[in-house]
Design a protein around this ligand. Structure first.
Ligand SMILES: *Cc1c(COP(=O)(O)O)cnc(C)c1O
Length: 499
């Protein structure tokens, strides 16, 4: 199976090339030119398999230049052993009658990004061999908090790679920051930038597509790739867990094979929910994908109106990993829905670049609304939801997951659509202790120290914080630098030791 680009449908490259490159030179994103299809029997078969085999079955449909054995070995390396604290890897937890919560945060860094970033280093180094890449691959990451840490952990001390992470200086939670600045490994670098996530992501994207930069890197034996969800190798592993959740619902006898489900995803860069859309297009019985936003509800507005308008206030929320206005993976959805109309994509994104805005028209809006519903939830309702979930069910959820739960309840109320529903839970609550603790306790003053908040949250809820977060208390920060976004490329050269 070949891959093309959202901005050049005639392009033909292999999966391995797409993964090594990360982003297309034309500024577009790579995607497979056709959609692999599965049937009920395939889904039935997943039921009895462990996550590792579910992953190999699904990934091998997209990565035809890899053998099944290769992919199975990658999956074993990524999801096997003690890496994930749950033997199910991504357990589906039923809470009350209506919530089936897909917990995607049992990996080493306690957020869903591990689901893809544990396997991406295998896919990337495997791909590099296949395309005879001799250069050292430098993973350049812009992060709203969780990708950075998960990518650092995935790529640390992986031969033939280096990783550099940029995060918005005031745009991540204290725990997320601590996780990154204390990162161990010989091939890692971390730097804060003045600006928000969009600034970081835009700067990284333009570094990737800059010919001068590319040439200079090549001279020195380096090539860039991406671990953000612009990389197909990051997106494909995320498709797996939606199939896995469906298989688990079958096994728990909550649904019959072939019965449709809804899926709610707390959304920022549109990667996670796009993976769910791929699952649906492949044949997973899904009725509606419900896109949940926080106060930065640009995607909700887009799904409702067909107008994508970045000209708005950027809000810092208690769900910082969703504080994003320029949502990269939407471009892939638009390409799929417009029957690969790369000219339209180029025009829309040119317009976004020039005016901060584009409009896709009524026909596209109609197509979007066939598969997607959307809603949003501000910090106040997010906190209320965390409090209610804990009081009613004893279930402690993080701020991002709470956004999804609230938006789902709103959806239930307005539509009455009580189709069985999977809620993607994207982070462990202890990554966002301040927001979660004040949701449970009400607005009483919080201890200033992050780890005192953790202890207090443990004693109030009886839910234990994961060891890998608690142990950060004793770690020394290694990376303290902050730079301006204009200086990012200089910073990159410096970190790579290039003059
Ligand atoms: C990254 C992230 C999201 C948003 O996921 P996208 O794929 O960017 O839409 C939501 N919640 C958490 C905790 C995250 O880390």
């Amino acid at each position: 199976m070949f891959y093309n680009s959202t901005r050049n449908k005639e392009l033909r490259i292999s999966a391995a090339e797409a993964i090594v490159k990360g982003i297309s030179e034309d500024g577009g994103l790579f995607l497979p030119i056709s959609m692999p299809k599965v049937d009920e029997k395939f889904i039935e078969g997943l039921q009895k398999k462990p996550y590792i085999e579910r992953a190999a079955d699904i990934l091998s449909l997209f990565l035809e230049d890899f053998s099944y054995e290769e992919i199975l070995n990658y999956a074993k390396g990524a999801y096997g052993g003690e890496k994930f604290s749950s033997p199910a890897v991504a357990p589906l937890v039923s809470v009350g009658e209506k919530f089936h919560i897909l917990e995607l945060w049992h990996g080493p860094t306690c957020a869903f990004k591990d689901m893809a970033l544990q396997i991406l280093p295998y896919l990337l180094t495997g791909s590099a061999k296949k395309v005879h890449n001799e250069k050292k691959i430098i993973i350049l990451v812009a992060t709203s908090g969780d990708t950075g840490k998960a990518a650092l952990e995935g790529f640390r001390d992986v031969d033939g790679t280096g990783i550099l992470v940029f995060y918005p200086v005031d745009g991540v939670s204290p725990m997320q920051k601590l996780q990154m600045v204390t990162q161990k490994g010989e091939n890692v670098g971390v730097c804060a930038i003045y600006g928000n996530f969009d600034d970081a992501q835009n700067a990284v994207k333009s570094i990737f597509t800059d010919e001068t930069v590319k040439a200079k890197l090549a001279e020195n034996g380096f090539a860039f790739s991406s671990a953000n969800s612009i990389n197909w190798g990051r997106l494909a592993p995320q498709i797996v867990y939606y199939f896995s959740a469906y298989a688990d619902l079958l096994q728990k006898k909550k649904i019959k094979n072939g019965e449709k489900i809804n899926i709610v995803v707390p959304t920022g860069n549109f990667g996670n929910i796009l993976a769910a859309y791929y699952a649906k297009q492949m044949g997973l019985p899904v009725k509606k994908l419900i896109c949940a936003s926080n106060a930065n509800h640009i995607l909700t507005d887009f799904i409702k109106t067909g107008v994508y308008d970045v000209n708005r206030e950027f809000t810092t929320t208690i769900s910082p990993s969703m504080d994003i206005l320029i949502s990269s993976n939407l471009e892939r959805l638009l390409f799929l829905l417009s029957d690969s109309d790369d000219a339209a994509i180029r025009a829309w994104y040119q317009s976004q670049k020039e005016t901060g805005k584009f409009e896709v028209g009524e026909e596209m809006r109609e197509k979007i609304s066939q598969s997607f519903a959307a809603g949003y939830c501000d910090d106040c309702r997010t906190k209320k939801t965390i409090g209610e979930m804990f009081k009613k069910y004893g279930y402690l959820c993080d701020t991002h997951t709470a956004v999804a739960i609230r938006v789902y309840e709103d959806y239930l109320e307005t539509t009455g659509d009580d189709t069985p529903c999977v809620i993607a839970s994207t982070a462990n609550p202890y990554k966002f202790s301040a927001g979660v603790l004040s949701s449970i306790q009400g607005e009483i003053p919080l201890p200033a120290d992050e780890f005192e908040q953790v202890s207090e949250l443990e004693s109030v809820t009886g839910v234990k914080a994961p060891n890998q977060l608690r142990s950060l208390k004793d770690e020394k920060p290694r990376f303290q630098d902050v730079c301006k976004k204009e200086d990012m490329i200089e910073k990159v050269y410096k970190m790579l030791g290039i003059e």
